[in-house]
Design a protein around this ligand. Structure first.
Ligand SMILES: C[S@@+](CC[C@H](N)C(=O)[O-])C[C@H]1O[C@@H](n2cnc3c(N)ncnc32)[C@H](O)[C@@H]1O
Length: 253
């Protein structure tokens, strides 16, 4: 089960759409870095008055790019697909894009994160805008996710944190604004509890879902877990949880 499939991204999508719409320059060229299957960006593109004349889709997953390719046939501009990591983009892409998107794709250690931000900023044309979306550092759910990852993998969750990303952008001299939106995460009822009445232990249902079927070590993130569950609501469909997302809109120094 993929956690991303259970997020309701509408509020974040609306915010990204507004950031692009308010940018005074037209988007003639766009790069989507870590595009995945492109669902969100395709939705944004179809809402634009005029399609960019060139879109660069970047993702190391060939499977994701293949499924994206099948959905871009109605787009009017040139579509370029790059099965690579952002760190591997060549100098031919430098300064080429009016809009660069990184929606939940900023990965790496703190060292790589700083370099990744540099790669993203390098892609921008002089008037371009970079939009980065990622979980807020303070999001309870994200903090719990990090604790669970640390306990099960012995390493840090390899995604950027909004606070670190903002610090790194400052160090690069980038000008940026920051918006926080609250997303809703729907946790479906577990396979073992098909009906609301049978879900006598929402905590266990959440843990089993969140930790891919394995019960959590009770010492892991206990206080955080309770804080997350205290913020949850429950109905016939399952649990509803708030998760904070940060959207950074940046321009080149
Ligand atoms: C959580 S998904 C987000 C996909 C899409 N942007 C969205 O918002 O639906 C993260 C994506 O980033 C890609 N990714 C991971 N590391 C990357 C890197 N170093 N450079 C570019 N993309 C990367 C993954 O393959 C994955 O498709």
């Amino acid at each position: 089960m993929n956690i991303a499939d259970h997020f309701d991204f509408r509020a974040a999508q609306q915010c990204v759409r507004q950031v692009i719409a308010r940018h005074p320059e037209p988007v003639r060229t766009l790069a989507d870095i870590g595009c995945g299957d492109g669902t969100r960006t395709l939705d944004l593109l179809r809402g634009l008055g005029q399609q960019p004349r060139r879109v660069l889709w970047v993702d190391p997953s060939r499977v994701a790019l293949d499924s994206l390719r099948a959905n871009t046939t109605d787009l009017s501009g040139e579509q370029v697909y790059s099965p690579s990591r952002m760190q591997e983009l060549t100098s031919a892409t430098v300064g080429q894009f009016d809009c660069v998107l990184s929606l939940h794709s900023l990965y790496g250690t703190p060292h790589e994160l700083h370099r990744c931000n540099e790669h993203l900023l390098d892609l921008l044309s002089p008037v371009g805008i970079l939009v980065i979306e990622l979980s807020s550092s303070e999001s309870l759910l994200h903090r719990l996710q990090r604790e669970v990852w640390r306990a099960t993998h012995g390493t840090e969750l390899p995604t950027g944190r909004s606070g670190e990303v903002a610090d790194s952008l400052r160090r690069h001299g980038a000008v940026f604004s920051e918006t926080r939106v609250v997303e809703r995460l729907r946790v479906p009822l577990s396979a073992r509890a098909n009906h609301y009445d049978e879900l006598t232990d929402p905590e266990r249902a959440f843990l089993e879902w969140f930790n891919k079927g394995k019960p959590l070590d009770s010492s892991t993130g206990d206080a955080l877990l309770h804080a997350v569950l205290n913020s949850a609501t429950m109905d016939e469909d399952g649990l509803g949880l708030d998760s904070d997302v940060t959207i950074l809109a940046c321009r080149k120094p």
